[in-house]
Design a protein around this ligand. Structure first.
Ligand SMILES: [Ca+2]
Length: 218
């Protein structure tokens, strides 16, 4: 696929699905989800992300930069698969503004798959026939270093729902997986921004009271 295309071509999903289905058939390693982290997750120090979409690891995002550093892959045909599932929460009063691919990301072939779902668990199975049920997805790797992939993920593709950027506060889940045989590294930065507060009802009422007082003085 053309890494610069804004919408992943339909054909990009077919080999990805084939590879993912093959990995789904392989023995899955169930790894326990580990404790929540304050502002990022590095598999080297925080542990491997969960292999189970129904029990993903959890990362509470905070305002600013939230780095996710890990590896995914598989040892070979039928061998153990390392797929990474993460539940993220965008705090109230905030939005997920961008998802930047950082230097340190490596690719073995066409890149890694990243899928996004609404909710705290990733319920679409690895051998799904389409992207139905996903909010969005894309393939990323070295070609996307220093670029924001959130928007390209947002366009409906291969039956994905699609979404608008920025993502509002709430719970989301992710599935990240290198498609080629071997182990690839990824480094992603979830950029969270505060939503400017709307004028409160009390402030509006205060304004009306001042207006009323001003009119009475005339
Ligand atoms: Ca991993």
């Amino acid at each position: 696929m053309n890494p610069n295309s804004r919408i992943p071509p339909f054909t990009a999903f077919a080999p990805a699905l084939k590879a993912l289905a093959a990995m789904a058939a392989a023995a899955a390693l169930l790894l326990p989800a580990t404790a929540a982290q304050a502002a990022g997750w590095n598999e080297a120090s925080n542990g491997d992300l969960s292999n189970d979409g129904l029990a993903p690891s959890f990362l509470a995002l905070t305002a600013g930069s939230n780095l996710l550093t890990g590896t995914t892959g598989r040892t070979g045909a039928g061998g153990p698969v390392d797929r990474d599932y993460l539940h993220i929460s965008v705090p109230a009063g905030h939005v997920l503004q961008g998802l930047w691919v950082q230097p340190g990301t490596t690719s073995l072939g066409s890149g890694a798959f990243i899928g996004l779902m609404s909710g705290s668990t990733f319920t679409v199975p690895p051998d799904a026939a389409s992207a139905a049920g996903l909010l969005g997805w894309t393939i990323f790797g070295v070609d996307q270093i220093d670029t924001d992939i959130l928007e390209v993920m947002s366009f409906p593709s291969f039956d994905s729902i699609g979404f608008t950027v920025p993502l509002p506060a709430g719970d989301y889940s992710l599935w990240i997986q290198e498609l080629a045989v071997g182990t690839a590294s990824y480094r992603l930065d979830f950029v969270v921004a505060e939503v400017p507060e709307a004028p409160s009802v009390l402030a509006m009422l205060g304004g009306l009271a001042l207006l009323g007082a001003a009119l009475r003085r005339r």
